[in-house]
Design a protein around this ligand. Structure first.
Ligand SMILES: Cc1cc2nc3c(=O)[nH]c(=O)nc-3n(C[C@H](O)[C@H](O)[C@H](O)COP(=O)(O)OP(=O)(O)OC[C@H]3O[C@@H](n4cnc5c(N)ncnc54)[C@H](O)[C@@H]3O)c2cc1C
Length: 314
């Protein structure tokens, strides 16, 4: 089908884009990987489309000690290639197909707020945020827990543009994983779970969080630190922690899967994701220790060499 008629705007900078958005009843066009199908299926009929693809300043991807900032024009493929955040990379491998990832944007996926999408769950489990801008009103940062309001409903108000999303860095000795079940690779998942596990110095679980997709109107987040009870990272039994994740979900049945099957999937996937995240955390802790030992050995050798030089010079 063809889309309903709309007026097309292609602003050249952020100020012009915000001014245009403030003056019309319209929608932002980013990668178009959700919006264009919705227009073609007549599920959306905005009078104006404000195309942000000329705003090169929004194609930023900045990784710093505090986390990763993803601009509104950073495409899935670009962010995945940059490997700026382990959980983003794991999630992006599960999003759609290469052609869609070349065009679709991370921020567009967050604003679209599909409860079956992977990236909202990543933002939610990491406690990230989205920065919104409006003409004449500056910017506001909305935390993930307030950003996803319902199926296909985010906190972006008419006239606002999401300029970037912030994904916080992981604490030391942390690991992540994302597991899902889809009928075919690249399809939306029947259910999915991502997890972040942080270990203490004895390699026991100090914090564990999971977020689920496809089993609620928004990403469902579970803090299962209590259910993990300082277990060792290499433990084989994650059943009670997985049950704690299951307990906060309220899956619904549809033509693709019954509610009971989705609930079962969440349990299996949560156990898998938590176990893998804990293993990865233990590996990263071992690597850090090895690096630290190598650095102190190098410093010791350099000091010894310096003392030897001074001795010879005397
Ligand atoms: C065949 C197919 C398979 C797919 N499979 C998956 C999948 O497995 N997992 C998954 O998560 N997604 C999947 N998708 C969806 C798609 O990848 C994302 O929803 C998409 O990338 C969203 O980003 P976009 O830039 O294309 O947004 P657009 O389509 O341009 O916009 C989506 C919505 O967000 C709004 N918007 C976009 N950017 C902004 C902004 N900066 N400020 C304010 N509003 C904004 C638009 O107005 C619109 O309402 C699939 C899509 C297709 C076509």
């Amino acid at each position: 089908m063809k889309p309903p008629p709309f007026a097309y705007h292609a602003p050249r900078d952020l100020g012009e884009a915000l001014e245009t958005l403030a003056g019309v009843d319209g929608k932002v066009l980013a990668g178009g990987q959700s919006l264009i199908p919705m227009l073609n299926m007549r599920l959306a009929a905005p009078e104006h489309l404000v195309d942000i693809n000329r705003l090169a300043s929004l194609a930023v991807l900045e990784a710093g000690p505090a986390g990763v900032t993803v601009g509104a024009l950073a495409r899935h493929a670009q962010v995945g290639r940059a490997a700026a955040h382990p959980l983003l990379g794991q999630a992006l491998r599960l999003v759609a197909h290469p052609v869609i990832r070349n065009r679709g944007t991370v921020v567009g996926s967050l604003v679209h707020a599909d409860p079956a999408a992977e990236l909202p769950a990543v933002l939610a489990v990491l406690d990230g945020s989205v920065r919104l801008a409006r003409h004449g009103a500056g910017e506001r940062d909305v935390p993930a827990r307030e950003f996803f309001l319902g199926p296909m409903e985010s906190a972006v108000r008419p006239g606002e543009l999401a300029v970037s999303a912030f994904f916080p860095a992981l604490p030391a000795r942390s690991g992540t994983a994302f597991h899902e079940v889809a009928r075919r690779h690249g399809d939306y998942a029947l259910a999915g779970v991502c997890a972040v596990v942080t270990l203490d110095e004895d390699l026991r679980v100090a914090a564990a969080r999971a977020a689920c997709v496809g089993v609620g109107p928004v990403p469902v987040v579970a803090d299962v630190t209590g259910a993990c009870g300082r277990r060792p990272a290499d433990t084989g039994d994650w059943a009670d922690a997985a049950r704690a994740v299951q307990d906060v979900t309220e899956p619904e049945g549809d033509v693709h899967a019954s509610a009971a099957y989705r609930r079962h999937l969440v349990g299996v996937l949560a156990a898998r994701a938590l176990a893998e995240a804990a293993r990865t955390a233990a590996r990263s802790a071992a690597q850090r220790d090895a690096q630290r030992d190598a650095q102190s050995a190098a410093q010791r050798d350099a000091r010894a060499a310096g003392e030897g030089d001074r001795e010879r010079a005397r």
